[in-house]
Design a protein around this ligand. Sequence first.
Ligand code: FMN
Length: 157
Amino acid sequence: MKSLVVYDSFFGNTQKIAEIIAEEIGAESKKVQDVVKEDLQGLDLLVVGSPTRAFRPSPDITSFLYNLAESSLRGVKVSAFDTRIEVKDIKSPVARAFLGLMIKFFGYADKPIIKTLIKKGGEVLGETTGFCVLDSKGPLREAEAERAKEFAQSLRC
Ligand SMILES: Cc1cc2nc3c(=O)[nH]c(=O)nc-3n(C[C@H](O)[C@H](O)[C@H](O)COP(=O)(O)O)c2cc1C
């Protein structure tokens, strides 16, 4: 079984989660900028993770997904995760009020990722999720490493 965890990461938090998931399911993890065509050939499971940036996946994850050929994920199980800040952890009250409203409308990166993976033919495995950082550059909330292992367990086919 060939499994791959593709991720982007600016400050290392999404990378940490991606590596935990990959180790747990016996997959390779690769930064999106390093993924080559051969990595995607003969795949059984593709997991894509991104930091949430302006309510969306990072630009490089977005273009990776966009550039996947139509139907190229037919027969491939797919899942997605993001890293994010929960509204209650945003320190400034003004930013908390504004971002709280925006997040209600626009959400986090996991949903657009999985939507595109499905559009390219992927078959969803389990629920997508987000792992929380405590400030824009991290660190991850303490319990998230354990949650990443649990999430990985939900991906076992
Ligand atoms: C420019 C910028 C925009 C961000 N936008 C959001 C956002 O819309 N929603 C959110 O929950 N977190 C947002 N964050 C926090 C990121 O999700 C956080 O930096 C990320 O989880 C860190 O992951 P990384 O270390 O892998 O880059 C933003 C952070 C930056 C620096």
